[in-house]
Design a protein around this ligand. Sequence first.
Ligand code: HEM
Length: 359
Amino acid sequence: MDPAALLPVPDAIPVPWGWFHALLLLTFLVHILLMNTMVGSAFIALVSSCRRGSTATPCSEFVSRILPFLIAFTVNFGVAPLLFVQVLYGHLLSTSSILMAVYWLAVIGLLISAYTLAYLFQNPANTLGLGGVVVLLLIVSLFAAIAFVFVNNIGMMQNISSWSRYFAQPKGLLLNLEDPMQLPRYLHFLTSSVAVGGLAIAGYFHWQRKRGDWGGMDWIRIGCRWFSFSTMVNVLIGLWFLFTLPQGILSPATLDGRLLAATLAGGLVLSLPAIRAGLSGRVVPAIWWILATVILMVVARDLLRRALLAPWFNPSQLRVEPSFAPLVLFLVILVLGMGLIGWMALFTLRGRTKNGTQS
Ligand code: HEM
């Protein structure tokens, strides 16, 4: 069967696609940074707690306080790219979501379970003991499962020729496991989470030290080491990912091929000073370098999607039925909402700082 016959007809969009594309990249960048911090810091707290047989470490205490916030922000900043990806690629994402409906719908339950456990882990009296380690293990496993579903869905959405498997397996249980890009892509996301999580921990204790609290000073060095070593591993996983790309994707004959090759090479080059800064414990430069790297990686991921979908679809083909008012309203509400979230975060942070000084 010709898989092109399976492609649903996309809806018209109200403004040129570039608007949604820019917003998708921007909001996905925030989502992925928050997701990395959430998954990575929980994983590092888990390893440190396992080593010490208790969750009473400065790192675990920090993670237990911050985790419910990180989950809430990751989810909220996941909704935004979900809206934009639906606008641009909705006919493809809806199809892949149906093909793997059982896993996709399970994400809601997995997420609620992780959120509930994060509150259980946030135990100020620290009475959970070894149970805290088990709770943390469950949280990290749930995060890994959710990420697995996301990577499968996005992978399958871009792997249209695999959709005809539905006729042999129509129960909503399809995954994208036969795709050679799948495993390195998943590991790439998980390893970058450990790196960003390590840097977030180092950043927090660096900030604490600047405020005169030297309690978790060791964690600046430990967090930086997690960051640098996992980034080194991720460079290797990235190379593995590169070798699984379909032939011709990086072809210098096409503009997208040249751009993809340039962004991937740029990301690799920028990760080197980031690793170096991490190894020498320079938290702030490491943050800037890795931020630049992640920005390039987000662009590369988008170029790869465009290249993989090129035989089937390009968002520039979407029909435009002009209507700017909803976009303007959306942008106004977005700016107001961001301002409100920023104010809430500052308010919470100030409250915590005050309580910390009083206790
Ligand atoms: C809290 C647990 C979550 C984790 C661990 C997680 C992880 C991930 C990962 C690894 C990807 C990249 C997939 C890929 O490119 O192959 C991703 C993409 C994405 N996530 Fe999340 N996510 C989480 C929650 C959410 C939620 C709740 C939403 C929406 C409400 C969401 C929306 C998205 C969207 C829309 C993308 C794809 C954007 C695009 O392809 O441009 N995420 N997520």
